[in-house]
Design a protein around this ligand. Structure first.
Ligand SMILES: [Zn+2]
Length: 74
């Protein structure tokens, strides 16, 4: 009985084919937290500045809100 079960599982090693991958990831433009360079990258990629290699990147909209807060406190 157990051998039949093994044979069946070997015939179906991939229950989920690669075609089931959803739409490709969205490309978003980030601003480097170190040098300020804009870098467009996919959300699935490792976030990293292509100019200086800094790994802290900000979304342009978020950066705007933060800069307004800091300006008001100064
Ligand atoms: Zn940078």
């Amino acid at each position: 009985m157990s051998q039949q079960a093994d044979r069946y599982s070997q015939q179906n090693p991939n229950p989920m084919p690669a075609r089931n991958i959803p739409k490709p990831p969205e490309t978003i433009e980030y601003i480097c937290g170190d040098c300020g360079a804009k870098t467009a990258m996919k959300t699935s990629e490792l976030i990293r500045c292509r100019e200086c290699g800094h790994r802290v990147m900000y979304k342009p909209r978020t950066t705007r809100i933060v800069s307004l807060h800091r300006a008001a406190m100064d």
